[in-house]
Design a protein around this ligand. Sequence first.
Ligand SMILES: NC(=O)C1=CN([C@@H]2O[C@H](COP(=O)(O)OP(=O)(O)OC[C@H]3O[C@@H](n4cnc5c(N)ncnc54)[C@H](OP(=O)(O)O)[C@@H]3O)[C@@H](O)[C@H]2O)C=CC1
Ligand SMILES: O=C(OP(=O)(O)O)[C@H](O)COP(=O)(O)O
Length: 341
Amino acid sequence: MIKVAVNGYGTIGKRVADAVAAQPDMEIIGVSKTKPGAEAFVAKQRGYPLYIADITKKENFEKAGIQVAGSVADMIQKADIIVDATPGGVGEGNRVLYEKYGKKAIWQGGEDHEVAGFSFNSSCNYTEAIGKQFARVVSCNTTGLCRIINLIDSAFGVKKVRATMVRRGGDPGDVKRGPIDAIVLNPVTIPSHHGPDVQSVLPNINIVTSAMIVPTTLMHMHFLNMELKNPATKEQVIELIKAHSRLGLIEKSTGITSTAELKEYACDLLRPRGDLWENGIFKESISVLEGTDLYLFQAIHQEADVVVETVDCIRAMAGRCQTASESIAITNKAVGLTAIR
Ligand SMILES: NC(=O)C1=CN([C@@H]2O[C@H](COP(=O)(O)OP(=O)(O)OC[C@H]3O[C@@H](n4cnc5c(N)ncnc54)[C@H](OP(=O)(O)O)[C@@H]3O)[C@@H](O)[C@H]2O)C=CC1
Ligand SMILES: O=C(OP(=O)(O)O)[C@H](O)COP(=O)(O)O
């Protein structure tokens, strides 16, 4: 069993912990927090040993009835691999600890590519991660972009991508985030970080991205245009998407035309936490104009899509599966991911 520690048991970390615990070849040896709170109680209920960043705060946890297994340094020493899901910018500082104990580590998209020197997406560059000490799973929007762009590029060749991200303001539990009543250009400059981030995984893709944030928490929405090198039909694109286990297709018959209805659908399907791990591509939006100009809308559940990628990244770095398809199949089965159709 691959011994996994999750450093930062928040929105992403708690999902990664549950996904790892569901895998046949992995186990959670610990998760970490800085302060007691609802997530610490959930870790206790799940049976995950809880470690804390500052051991002098141990009493605060114990007073709240939460047992502390030790410090984050103690947790790291017990693990084969650490998933760093601390807030963006914090994880960078943890690299010295992972180096000190000679451990493998995976960061999330809030950190820069340079923190690991290698950026990962299961469908695009799984084999490059095999045996690596450090990797970064790209951000949620970048993950959603990489999945569909790589698929279309492999089939038809992509001359240029233009994509606009309508980003959710914060996650549902982030009560301090906004905006409450604004559309914020984020950033006002072009490109947003997503284009260069896609190129950290797919260096040959010509892409320009822009992004804004809006007052919603459920999901992001992308408007994507790909100029193709070779002609395609809408039907061919749909068949390719259907064959990809992490690309979901939202049919007209569902009546779903929004992130709200899509999130409700995921909840009704009894997905854990209503998580949509796959891209939610609106089938009706798929249009090929003049043979080589592809357009589509896709919804991306920010809390979920990177979780399954992180599990594959663990497996690749541990050298347990030699192909992406093998790892993706194990991960999907363990969490219960069958892409929506
Ligand atoms: N949320 C999202 O939509 C997505 C986030 N990401 C990326 O994932 C990473 C994590 O983000 P997210 O899960 O949203 O963040 P959260 O703020 O939800 O969770 C972060 C967790 O890290 C803990 N933490 C904070 N500082 C430390 C520390 N020094 N040592 C150990 N644990 C610490 C926090 O504990 P406590 O509360 O006790 O302080 C909290 O549990 C970021 O890089 C982010 O950019 C990627 C894709 C989507
Ligand atoms: O990875 C994400 O978005 P991104 O792909 O736009 O960077 C997550 O939604 C985190 O975004 P945040 O930095 O607004 O918390």
